[in-house]
Design a protein around this ligand. Structure first.
Ligand code: 6PG
Length: 246
């Protein structure tokens, strides 16, 4: 059974998610002296990022031990309104003391294949994994990955019908999405699944049919890539959960 927590509304999802982020990263930093998170883009996490960037969390997140990554990025410059990096920067990173050298954005301004290859090299260096496919060895993986889900069942930039979700050798790939911006760079399902904790944030009535299909429908990874993230936890609001049977 998937681990699903249904909360009253989107604000409650953001609040519980912020508490989870603080707890997971603090525990990791206490254990290892460092911690890592992969951020998701889109609009849902903006409220979460604003909360984490507020005075309430300045002391509660080990910002000085944190390495920030992204689970995907649109192939646009970092100043483009479509940039996932820009959204997180404005909502959170500009307001917290993460050293600039520990903010590892995907270079959306570069040719997509080069950006994907460079980010894979960065991840291998960061996690001490010189060779071989994911999943990463224990201790060499994200402490927390934040994920969203599109109405078409995509997560990160693993879009249905592209075969991207079936990639298991590479850690980072270029994906041609149906949604604009068309060119994306995405971490692959094994890398995302290898994280210690994977937290989906899904809100709104529009996502209800897809959430029911992903969580309760037949397993069909290329049709519903969000199903490929093993062991994920789901924080959803009542509207998005309204078509779940359980
Ligand atoms: C992106 C995200 C993507 C997002 C979903 C949901 O770059 O767009 O990584 O996977 O999480 O598309 O987006 P919303 O939160 O805007 O519904």
């Amino acid at each position: 059974m998937p681990d699903v927590q249904v909360l009253a509304d989107a604000a409650s999802v953001a609040r519980v998610a912020a508490e989870t982020v603080a707890e997971v990263l603090s525990n990791a930093a206490e254990r290892r002296g460092r911690c890592s998170i992969a951020l998701s883009g889109g609009s849902t996490p903006r409220d979460l990022y604003r909360r984490l960037g507020s005075i309430e969390y300045v002391e509660r997140v080990p910002w000085d031990a944190l390495h920030v990554f992204w689970g995907d990025e649109r192939c646009v410059p970092p100043v483009d309104p479509d940039s996932d990096y820009l959204m997180a920067k404005e909502a959170m990173l500009d307001h917290v003391p993460v050293p600039a050298g520990r903010i590892h954005r995907i270079r959306g301004e570069d040719p997509p294949e080069r950006a994907a290859e460079e980010y894979e090299r960065l991840l291998r260096r960061s996690f001490g994994e010189a060779e071989g496919p994911p999943p990463l060895e224990d201790g060499a993986r994200f402490d927390l990955v934040l994920l969203g889900m599109g109405e078409d069942g995509h997560t990160a930039s693993l879009f249905p019908g592209t075969g991207a979700v079936l990639e298991t050798a590479r850690w980072v790939i270029h994906v041609r999405a149906q949604a604009s911006p068309r060119n994306r760079v995405s971490l692959t399902a094994p890398v995302l699944s290898a994280a210690a904790r994977k937290l989906f944030l899904v809100t709104g009535m529009a996502k209800a049919p897809t959430l029911a299909r992903v969580l309760e429908g037949p397993r069909d990874l290329d049709a519903a890539p969000a199903q490929a993230i093993e062991g994920a936890e789901w924080l959803v609001d009542a509207a998005a959960a309204s078509m779940l049977s359980a």
